[in-house]
Design a protein around this ligand. Structure first.
Ligand SMILES: [Zn+2]
Length: 276
């Protein structure tokens, strides 16, 4: 279907299978094909990693020679989880939780992973996001990541968010919160890159753009969902994702991201969810 990004359940689903959901079976031919296409696409993205090995790597945060993310820069991802709230916030936006501000080292590292093929950063970024996930999600919650644009995946040769998400659920499992990713969302039509658009233009660009994939609607009805993305800026993407999930009866508890451009007025977890 044109405009609908093909999910790559191989690295992202964490073994998820929804009863009756299409493409959920790890033994189906479709799964194998998309897993292989992910492997082939990932080879291009690993060129940077190979160069790191041969030429000596540099930290994506501070550019010092050495590992992909040095110890000093890694500390930027070790902060406390906080509630982020864009102002103004779109109506459908659920509570959003992040652990870093989208600036400085954090921004450099996320961009290096997303735009420059530094795929080894997926592990520390996913570990960070897994901590937000483990703090925010309840037992039995379903994790749904926002869909990536098909054109962007093709250009980059990989899906950055899917890579982070895989490590995030693995880390949340280590932290005692066994969660799985449900590849339920897709884009129903082509959308423009959000970068460079105003807040109002972002909402217009995404309005009604997301849909729940066939076979997932009945599975999600009545379930509690946590949305997953890498960064929140205006909240337009997460709001549209929440709208699509609520339309099929899903209960969107929260959204988790690595970084946010703004903190909420009262950013404590207790304020949003009540005392633990
Ligand atoms: Zn560094």
């Amino acid at each position: 279907m044109p405009g609908v990004p093909r999910m790559n359940p191989g690295p992202t689903s964490g073994g998820y299978s929804a009863p009756g959901a299409p493409g959920g079976s790890p033994t189906s031919g479709g799964w194998r094909r998309s897993a292989w296409s992910g492997v082939v696409a990932g080879l291009g993205a690993r060129v940077d990693d190979l160069l790191d090995l041969v030429l000596g790597g540099r930290c994506a945060g501070c550019d010092r020679p050495g590992r992909a993310l040095c110890r000093d820069c890694a500390r930027e991802f070790e902060g406390r989880v906080f509630a982020a709230r864009p102002d103004p916030a779109p109506l459908e936006l659920p509570p959003v939780f992040a652990l870093a501000r989208y600036e400085g080292v954090v921004r450099s590292v996320l961009l290096a992973h997303k735009e420059r093929g530094r795929t080894r950063l997926a592990k520390p970024l996913g570990a960070a996001l897994g901590r937000v996930l483990a703090t925010t999600a309840g037992p039995g919650d379903v994790v749904v990541m926002v869909p990536s644009r098909r054109a962007a995946i093709r250009t980059r040769g990989y899906d950055p968010l899917a890579r982070i998400a895989r490590h995030a659920v693995a880390n949340s499992r280590l932290l005692g919160r066994p969660l799985r990713i449900c590849p339920a969302l897709a884009l129903a039509r082509p959308v423009a890159d959000q970068v460079g658009l105003s807040a109002a233009a972002r909402v217009a660009n995404l309005s009604g753009a997301m849909t729940v994939r066939r076979g997932f609607a009945s599975y999600l009805a009545g379930r509690t969902i946590v949305l997953l993305d890498d960064v929140v800026t205006t909240g337009a993407t997460l709001a549209e994702a929440a709208r699509a999930l609520r339309d099929v009866g899903g209960r969107v508890r929260a959204a988790v991201v690595v970084a946010a451009t703004s903190k909420g007025p009262d950013s404590s977890l207790a304020r949003v969810f009540g005392p633990a």
